[in-house]
Design a protein around this ligand. Structure first.
Ligand code: ATP
Length: 214
């Protein structure tokens, strides 16, 4: 019997994409044994202000950051929908293209997961994908309420269980921590401070050439 394909779906504003994103994506691909991991820049975020840097620039930077990373792909589909970028719509499109068999693994930090019940049609997400929750500093997995109940019902303990079903499970993971955020990088760039160690050289080059985050 052939093993079910596992596709990672890692969305974000990526404003800009930084080493925390890329190293975590690399580690997730290995840990979850993903066949591919797609990074999807969000075009019009539902729960935060639209970034000042265009979606096209953010997409280009993600492409540059992962150009040499086997199995990591950039997926610009959210830019093609001139509407609020709801994850449920993205997953539904991916299902339409990839079919019912592959397991989709929707990746998010504990910060994002804590607000999951505010996401558009959030209950439909687990019908289309597994949810992989990465531990992040300053936030933790809910221990009471609707989401705690959901974890109790859906949690699997090992990445190997993700290929049992195409969707529906929750896996909690702890990765190597890279204490960096796009917010702090934007602030440093605006002040003219060095961010060299936090961005891929090609991304830094792109930012300088296009005079972004001044
Ligand atoms: P901002 O500071 O603008 O909020 P961010 O650095 O948190 O940005 P996002 O694009 O909002 O980046 O995040 C996309 C996804 O990447 C989220 O699921 C978030 O939890 C995760 N993420 C962000 N920073 C890191 C990091 N340093 N290590 C691992 N994952 C991260």
């Amino acid at each position: 019997m052939t093993r079910r394909a596992l596709i990672g779906v890692f969305g974000g504003t990526f404003d800009p994409v930084h080493i925390g994103h890329v190293q975590s994506a690399r580690e997730l691909k290995q840990l979850l044994q993903l066949d591919e991991l797609r990074l999807l820049p969000c075009h019009r975020p539902p729960h935060r202000a639209t970034p000042g840097v265009s979606s096209e620039d953010r997409l280009a930077m993600v492409g540059l950051a992962i150009a040499d990373e086997p199995g990591l792909l950039v997926d610009g589909r959210e830019l093609k929908r001139d509407a609020i970028s709801y994850t449920v719509d993205t997953l539904s499109e991916l299902r339409g293209e990839l079919g019912e068999q592959p397991a989709l693994c929707l990746i998010m930090g504990t910060d994002a997961f804590a607000n999951l019940t505010q996401w558009h049609r959030w209950q439909a997400l687990l019908t289309m994908a597994h949810i992989i929750v990465m531990a992040r500093p300053d936030s933790s997995v809910p221990t009471s309420g609707e989401l705690a109940k959901l974890i109790a019902e859906r949690r699997v303990s090992s990445p190997s269980q993700l290929s049992d079903q195409p969707a529906g499970s929750i896996l909690l993971v702890s990765l190597t921590a890279y204490p960096v955020s796009a917010t702090s990088i934007r602030r440093s760039l605006a002040k003219g401070d060095s961010v060299e160690s936090l961005l891929a050289p090609a991304v830094l080059n792109y930012i300088e050439q296009h005079r972004l985050y001044r």
